[in-house]
Design a protein around this ligand. Sequence first.
Ligand code: 13P
Length: 255
Amino acid sequence: MPNRPYIVGNWKMNGVRATLPEARAIDRAAARYPDVSVGIAPPFTLVSSLTDELSHADVGAQDCHAEARGAHTGDIAAAMLADAGADFVIVGHSERRSDHGETDAQVKAKAEAAMAAGLGVIICVGETLEQRDAGQAEAVVSAQVDASLPDAGLAAESAQGRVNVAYEPVWAIGTGRVPSTGDVEAMHAAIRARLVAALGEAGKKVRILYGGSVNAGNAAELLAVPGVGGALVGGASLTAEGFVPIIAAASRNDD
Ligand code: 13P
């Protein structure tokens, strides 16, 4: 059901086997909120364990290589992730773009590789504080969307809900700062316009997630913003105590 809100935990470079009980607890909670899609993206080392252990939450990776195989020491192909049982891949996270110099063209190639391997994708975009202060936020993010999206042929699969975009303002990640709800709404509308321009009808089916300092205290307000189809959560997704209230906030059955 593509229209269910999607609440995804990006564990970044956190998590070892001792963390598995947290993932199990999140999975049990996911079962209690069937109107919410839940995902966890652990480090590569835990993808296989999580796919074995979780029965309700999707399991994803945080990156993949654009090539299907070959001499790329230290990299992981999308088909390997599919083989490990993964459901989706996050591509183009701002930490990949800044730590590894990933370009929009590389992000697009990775997204296409992931989809060719049968995986869902979460394509991340977002402006820096300097870009926002300079009044360039929508232009920067729109250009990222245009250049990072898979080609239109693959986009037909967007209609199946396998393509997601995450708007993550760089300055909101890990800082405790979040944009105003008005700014979130405006940016999500700008992203939707680019998606429809690029993909036509299928662009309306792409979920647009918000990410950046989402927590139990602000999730309900952010998720209620028109156009927000879910959340990509970093720090607050590392424990069930932090993450489950965000899942609950996305549910109509929240009690
Ligand atoms: P935080 O929720 O820790 O701000 O991280 C957001 C993020 O980068 C998710 O991909």
